[in-house]
Design a protein around this ligand. Structure first.
Ligand code: FAD
Length: 569
């Protein structure tokens, strides 16, 4: 049976508290009476216990969130304990006394604030090079990437893919009945994947001797970081500090953003029910990944994009392929649309008011997902006081090529620098910052950064695009090969898309490339290496590629830059 996790009581007469710690997470086994969540009030800490034995199904709150008496904090599945239900006389939830953190001082060579893919990688790299490192994380190791970004989205996308495969099984000669998509189970699987990876990061940090402090970090000055932990008020005296506090979702400055039915990407990852009809504001990478995800799970999706096309930064051929696939999937794309406000609908859901071709329009949706970009998290960093400058557009912390900020002992990496908001960029910056702090001299190079987009079909790009080449006035030649002419793609039943190589006119040096189609995000590695090492298309042409594989299309695209592809005219 399903058992709700309810906040029955708080210390004293408090009606509201703050989630101090989520002790048990979805998927964790629990026995009746075990503590699930700690709630803090000015008077003390209250434990919210399990009212039965079983497994945690969902947790709807996170550390730092305000909660009220009577609020449902999550659910368990299992057997309800005989004594469970209303709080006992002394309080089913009980106070364990006021939280009295003890003051303490620690010393280290490097303090990293933020345990995302930038921060934890920087910490491990520095520790491997012999530094004494403290990593401060206020929520969950792995940051946005592992908890609310790359990994959870891809785990959900994988479920949607499997669901589509089952629906299309007859095309492969397999009879298949109707299988409902159970979003709770899909979310549970995603949570399991996340949990495994988060625990893995904890293990790696431990093995490399990194000290982890769980709490909110504030930068007092370049050599002092304070951390508010549950048990300690820690002051760290540190040689250098690396800021890796990441980013959070932007909302639109329009009325209605606070509606209960408006979701950010984080909330969209843990839906308990699939809406029938969903609007997505923003047709960029995150918006389009969610559009295909929910559409593949049977949701009627409409994407509202301000610009004239979705995925505007990419080349036209990529946009066309993904746009065509979106319409085949039944995704309604409304481009050139300006959303002006969101109104609550009396019978549930919300009404989106938008402007299209100078006309005001309205449409009703159960949920609206806002995917219009991410903004850096500066909380607790006191940038001005610490002499840390922002970039001219004020959208990130200014760093030099070694990732040093304008304060000598402070470095910044990841989304907070707003260079390229990708996990692998954050990690690479982490490595470069750590190496520079440890006395090596190396510079961050953003010219060869692959990007992977998990739409249907997925696509990936690296280096220069045709759009970039045009802007920079570079003469380039392109060689393309369609997956429709690739044997492996046909066996997979995924023949949409192409490989494109972009070489410099005259030298034949590969400057960039794009792949749209099966395994594009894995295959881009070969082109990335070619661009990084300034290989020529003939280097790829002379390399034997395994058969039958989708990678042969890269080989064929390189042949297209010479005498012509063998398997395509
Ligand atoms: P974050 O991952 O945001 O980590 C920052 C950490 O710092 C957080 O854990 C936070 O709790 C902690 N923190 C903040 N302030 C403090 C403080 N004062 N004290 C202590 N701790 C603090 N990128 C890709 O490369 N591929 C993808 O497929 C991809 N998919 C994405 C999908 C979605 C829906 C989203 C939202 C993002 C996606 N990204 C993807 C982007 C990627 O997640 C980020 O670029 C990456 O996580 C940035 O890493 P970071 O270390 O800079 O920051």
């Amino acid at each position: 049976m399903q058992i709700e996790i309810i906040l029955h009581k708080l210390s004293g007469h408090a009606k509201e508290g703050t989630v101090g710690e989520v002790v048990k997470n979805p998927g964790d086994p629990v026995t009746a009476g075990e503590t699930l969540i700690l709630i803090e009030t000015g008077k003390g800490v209250v434990e919210v216990p399990a009212e039965g034995t079983g497994t945690v199904e969902s947790i709807r709150v996170k550390a730092g969130e305000k909660v009220k008496i009577g609020q449902i904090l999550g659910t368990l599945s299992g057997e309800k304990a005989a004594s469970a239900g209303a709080p006992k006389k002394e309080g089913f939830s009980y106070s364990i006394g006021p939280a009295k953190p003890v003051d303490r001082e620690l010393e280290c060579d490097i303090t990293v604030i933020g345990g995302g893919p930038g921060g934890y990688v920087a910490a491990i790299q520095a520790a491997k090079m012999g530094a004494k490192v403290i990593l401060v994380e206020k929520e969950s190791l792995g940051g946005t990437c592992l908890n609310w970004g790359c990994i959870p989205t891809k785990a959900l996308i994988r479920s949607a893919e499997v669901y589509q495969n089952i629906k299309n099984a007859e095309k492969f000669g397999l009879g298949a009945g109707h299988f409902p998509a159970d979003i709770r189970k899909i979310v549970h699987r995603k949570d399991e994947v996340v949990k495994q990876l988060v625990q893995g990061v904890g293990y790696l940090l431990e093995q490399d001797g990194v000290t982890l402090l769980k709490g909110f970090g504030t930068l007092e000055d370049g050599n002092t970081v304070k951390v508010a932990e549950r048990q300690y008020n820690t002051t760290i005296k540190t040689g250098k500090t690396i800021l890796a506090t990441g980013s959070s979702s932007c909302l639109l400055p329009i009325p209605g953003m606070d509606s209960l039915n408006v979701l950010t990407s984080t909330e969209a990852l843990s839906l308990e029910e699939l809406p029938r009809k969903m609007a997505i504001i923003g047709g960029g990478i995150i918006g389009m990944e969610f559009a295909f995800l929910f559409s593949n799970l049977g949701v009627e999706v409409t994407v509202f994009e301000y610009f004239d096309t979705i995925l505007t930064v990419f080349d036209e051929d990529i946009i066309q392929t993904v746009t065509a696939s979106a319409s085949e999937h039944g995704i309604n794309l409304i481009t050139g649309a300006k959303v002006n406000q969101i109104l609550e609908n009396e019978s549930g859901g919300c009404i989106l008011q938008y402007e299209l071709h100078k006309k005001e329009k309205y449409d009703l949706f159960e949920k609206v997902l806002v995917a219009v970009g991410r903004q850096p998290c500066y909380d607790g960093l006191d940038l001005e006081k610490n002499g840390i400058e922002l970039t001219p557009d004020k959208k990130g912390i200014q760093v030099d090529e070694t990732l040093k900020t304008s304060c000598d002992s402070v470095y910044a990496i990841g989304d907070i620098t707003n260079k390229i908001q990708l996990a692998h960029v954050a990690s690479h910056q982490g490595v470069v910052a750590a190496r520079n702090i440890m006395g090596e001299s190396c510079a961050m190079d953003y010219r060869v950064v692959p990007s992977a987009v998990f739409t249907f079909p997925e696509f990936a790009t690296v280096g220069i695009s045709e759009k970039d080449a045009e802007k920079q006035g570079l003469s380039v030649r392109t060689g393309t090969f369609p997956f429709a002419a690739n044997g492996k793609a046909l066996t997979l039943g995924e023949s949409e898309g192409f490989v494109k190589l972009i070489e410099e006119e005259g030298t034949g040096v590969i400057l960039g490339g794009a792949i749209v189609g099966p395994h594009a995000t894995d295959l881009i590695g070969e082109i990335t290496l070619a661009v990084k090492k300034r290989l020529k298309s003939e280097d790829i042409a002379e390399t034997i590629h395994p058969h039958p594989t989708c990678g042969e299309s890269i080989h064929e695209a390189s042949l297209a830059l010479g005498l012509g592809s063998i398997h395509f005219v």
